[in-house]
Design a protein around this ligand. Sequence first.
Ligand SMILES: NC(=O)C[C@H](N)C(=O)O
Length: 491
Amino acid sequence: MAAFKNIKLLFVPLRIFLNKTPSSLQLNLYRFKYNEAYSVKSVLLDHPVGSDVVVKGWVKSIRKQKRTTFMHISDGGVEQIQVVIPSSACDEDCCFNSAVEISGKVVVSPKCNQPVEIQGEKIKVVGKLDLQSFPFGPRKYYPPEYVRQQIHLRPKTNTYSAILRLSSLISNALQTTLIQDNFVSVFTPILTSNDCEGAGEVFLIRPSSNEMCREMGGNRKPEESYFNKKVYLTVSGQLHLEAIAGGISKVFTMGPTFRSENSRSRRHLAEFRMLEAEIAFCNDLQPILSTIESLVKQSAKIILELGSLDLVTVGNYYNENLEESLNELLKFSFATISYREAMELLLKNRDSFKTPPRDGADLGSEHELFLVNHMGGPTFLVDWPANIKPFYMRTSDDAHSLVSCVDLLVPGVGELCGGSLRENRYDILKSRLQALNLEESLNWYLDLRKFGGSPTGGFGMGVERLIAYLLRIPNVKDIVPFPRTPHNCPM
Ligand SMILES: NC(=O)C[C@H](N)C(=O)O
């Protein structure tokens, strides 16, 4: 017992219980995680046994006995802390998921799986909860479809809060990995006058009508369009990134992007995050492929090292062993296959598909998943027919029939990432823009080839799809806090 009076001895096992020793890449995340966002544990890390503390959080379980009440409190962190308090001091409003502030003392816990607990003295319920109408109960399984209907209360569930914490680790890992590789982080605009992909899947910006303006209490006469100009919500920051890469070489952005695709699939959202990177002086696909592979693997590594408890929570919910699948991913060298080879394979197996593959056409998700299965893991599909890809991709043959581009396909999700070398030859790009009637609106883009433009390449990775892949979550709607899907924007 005497040893526990020594704070250092007490906290060494606690830290080990929380985590393994972080390497330098993880240090920032580690500090962020335990010193700022996760205050229950940091309260304990900063307070020796015997000291007074105030714990602020939500009651995740409560067991009232005649004399003593036992509670587990979460402050949104990965672990909960046990509070033991005399039942006479326990407010009757204190119930499952109510918000409380508890004053007490840090004491050594008699149970060895929790080195310390709080001996509660006073409890203040700062946010009551109506148990009758609260849609979740303790320790019950609710299917994702049900949980999604309670979207504003979903962050209170254990599984979804674990998904949010892991998502945060993943987005930190993506940015840290690029910054360590000398990429500069920039913001590209959300409002834009280009449809980068040329697929017509843009949302057009329109100000409110006179009537709507009055309804909202305004009396100004609204514009007919964005100050008389056609402006869209961006589908990709790529063209702007290319301009910035023309000055500072390696850049990335991780912004919201929008597609008005009327798809109700498990992997589409009308608003999603895309990590987009652009590299100047890039003459072949290899640096793009290796950056993508390292981003996926660094993300897997970080969640394995820092998010192990949350991985168990999410894995249990979806019936997956995430530790095993992530370790398998780390061992797998991503495969590469050309469009031509892939198409031959698909055509040979045409009877296994609902919609047979068509030579020269884009792939459906069943074809993508077949290829990934066949190749045994994440697969780069390179060198596509030029006529099914956007205008900005660089052709790689004399006939200009193929483009140097890549789609990364991953198990369970299909396309995770798309990238290419950009057409940097002025005349070729100019005639392509002319053919599409884009010469005027993308004159500035053509200019980049006139004023010291280097060969450039880059890619965009769907962040929600990456999370879905790493955490084996079947539906991207169960990842974003407020999913935007066709006909659905309730709040
Ligand atoms: N930045 C990129 O290369 C992404 C590409 N524009 C896409 O949206 O697929």
